[in-house]
Design a protein around this ligand. Structure first.
Ligand code: SF4
Length: 364
């Protein structure tokens, strides 16, 4: 007999792991039953993360001009997307950018650079930024994302003070070669393993909407679980004009919700982060997705703008969540203080001066 999402959540809370077949069935939940799925998934989220949201802040240290052929990426040399292109930020510039994110409430700063992988010199310059950042903000986690690592580089970053290393698997092994030819799936998983063995917290996630099947989404989620990825960013394809995947709008908001929910069931105790494309794909379901994911990027992405940081913060507050690191008493607890009506931001009502009783066009 098939279990309902709630029964499945019960069994996971009792220590059982979901099977691939069960996960595939969750992904196929009818839209009319979406709330049941979210409600069940939110129990797993609250068990491990309470009502907290972790804010992450991206600093793009080096943008564009990448020799790799990732079809989804606006930073690839083959891409004609009109993104910002620049070489390495100075340490001062990187510190200024990171400080803005920390000031906005971020508890993790992600230092990202385009390219196949770092040179020795690159690791040295990122190491310098990491040292400064950790020296001035010891409570903030620093994650580096510099591409494919060579032996010894993860150790050098760890020694500089980095907490984590991000390298997304992006998609299922069985689909990987459809999206990039210049490196292999194994190159990606090797880097995650190198980061792990150097003592860095592995951060690895997905991009969905590339044309992969539901089975391949499940394959990728189980692979991330097997890799022990401690934080799992879920990116929703942003099909930039000028990239090979231009115009590929394969996702609907409800499908995105089901993917995030399924990720929560497969990896109940891992940080699940709504990443690039959340605003344009989840649309008005973004707040509901916070009941499943426990982490988001604050502000802008690497090459695309995100929604205003103030709107992110309002969305978190309005839905009863707290920001990790801002209210320690609420961390990993379901007993968050409920904000009072007086705490909320209020805007004055706008008197209607259009539609019935006026000569102005109605609001339709
Ligand atoms: S390696 Fe990274 S920066 Fe380069 S094209 Fe691929 S995703 Fe983009």
């Amino acid at each position: 007999m098939t279990m309902t999402p709630d029964q499945l959540a019960d069994s996971i809370l009792d220590g059982r792991e979901i099977t691939e077949a069960e996960a595939l069935a969750l992904l196929a939940t009818p839209d009319a039953e979406l709330l049941d799925l979210v409600s069940a998934g939110s129990r797993l989220r609250r068990r491990h993360f309470g009502m907290t949201i972790k804010l992450n802040y991206l600093v793009n240290l080096k943008s564009g001009m990448c020799p790799e052929s990732c079809t989804y990426c606006s930073q690839s040399l083959g891409s004609k997307a009109e993104i910002l292109k620049y070489s390495w930020l100075s340490t001062e510039e990187a510190m200024d950018q990171a400080s803005m994110g920390i000031g906005g409430g971020a508890s993790r700063v992600c230092l990202v650079a385009s390219g196949r992988g770092p040179s020795r010199r690159d690791v040295g310059r990122v190491g310098e930024i990491v040292e400064r950042l950790k020296g001035e903000n010891p409570e903030v986690e620093v994650c580096a994302c510099l591409g494919i690592l060579k032996d010894g580089q993860a150790e050098a970053l760890k020694e500089a003070g980095a907490d984590a290393y991000n390298h997304n698997i992006n998609t299922a092994e069985s689909f990987h070669d459809n999206i990039v030819k210049t490196h292999s799936y194994e190159d990606r998983t090797n880097t995650v393993e190198l980061a792990k063995s150097a003592g860095l917290s592995p951060c690895s996630g997905l991009i969905v909407g590339l044309g992969e099947s539901d089975e391949q989404i499940i394959e990728a989620l189980f692979a991330l679980r097997g890799l022990d990825s401690e934080s799992i960013p879920i990116n929703f394809l942003v099909p930039f004009d000028g990239t090979p995947l231009e115009g590929r709008w394969n996702l609907t908001p409800t499908q995105c919700m089901k993917i995030v929910a399924t990720a929560r069931f497969v990896c109940p105790d891992r940080e699940i982060r709504l990443a690039g494309g959340r605003e344009i794909h989840l649309k008005s379901l973004q707040p509901m997705a916070l009941h499943l994911a426990n982490s988001i990027f604050l502000g802008d992405y690497l090459t695309a703008e995100g929604q205003a940081a103030a709107d992110d913060l309002a969305m978190i507050r309005d839905n009863g969540f707290t920001i990790l690191g801002q209210d320690e008493s609420a961390v990993r607890s379901e007993d968050t203080d409920t904000p009072t009506a007086e705490d909320a931001d209020h805007s004055d009502p706008v008197i209607r001066r259009r539609g019935a009783g006026t000569t102005q066009v109605a609001n339709v």
